[in-house]
Design a binder for this molecule. Structure first.
Ligand SMILES: Cc1cc2nc3c(=O)[nH]c(=O)nc-3n(C[C@H](O)[C@H](O)[C@H](O)COP(=O)(O)O)c2cc1C
Length: 177
């Protein structure tokens, strides 16, 4: 099967990772996949903050997310399922296309990861914490460019668990005229 179609068909969310870190080459390839994504008017304004999973800032974000949600109990996993690498994608708040650009980039990264035999998880659940009252603090800590806001995140690493891709209902979702 065509390699791109195979990655699209076989990608699914990975919610469990081994301890194995990504190599520099793997990380560079994944970052490149994000940078190669199309952006509206080719502005290329989205920004990628790349962190190791053990970066204390991620633990701080986890706590802020739980506080934001008013979670009574500590969940079994953190928001990125202990993946060895996390990328936060931010975009210019003044650019109305930044969320869409970031979404396209994150899927490029997820498909590249699948094609490389790696797992990925697209992450939206930290939105409340990153855009809430501590927005300025986190934007500075994660070194978002001036005027940028969090759009989406992605966890990356070697799969410790597998999941079958989601099913879908073409009749409900597609109108062929
Ligand atoms: C915009 C967006 C945000 C998401 N946020 C989360 C998240 O915060 N936590 C999570 O576990 N999965 C998250 N997901 C993954 C979805 O739950 C997942 O893609 C969906 O259930 C379909 O499963 P699949 O990816 O295995 O095909 C997100 C996906 C998207 C596209």
């Amino acid at each position: 099967m065509n390699a791109v179609l195979k990655a699209i068909e076989e990608r699914s969310s990975t919610r469990g990772y081994t301890d194995e870190k990504l190599t520099q080459e793997e990380l560079d390839t994944l970052i490149r996949a994000g940078l190669q994504a199309p952006t509206a008017a080719n502005r290329q304004e989205i920004h990628f903050t790349v962190l190791d999973g053990d970066n204390p800032l991620l633990a701080e974000l986890q706590e802020a997310m739980l506080a934001d949600r008013g979670a009574a109990e500590k969940p079994a996993h953190n928001f990125y399922y202990e993946a060895p690498t996390v990328m936060l994608i931010s975009g210019d708040a003044a650019n109305p296309w930044s969320s869409l650009d970031a979404g396209i980039a994150v899927e490029n990264i997820a498909l590249a990861a699948e094609g490389m035999g790696l797992g990925s998880l697209i992450i939206g659940c930290v939105k409340g914490a990153l855009l809430g009252e501590k927005e300025a603090y986190f934007a500075k800590a994660f070194r978002f460019p001036e005027g940028y806001r969090y759009c989406i995140a992605v966890a990356l690493g070697h799969k410790a668990v597998t999941k079958t891709p989601h099913t879908y209902d073409e009749a409900k979702s597609v109108t062929r005229l």
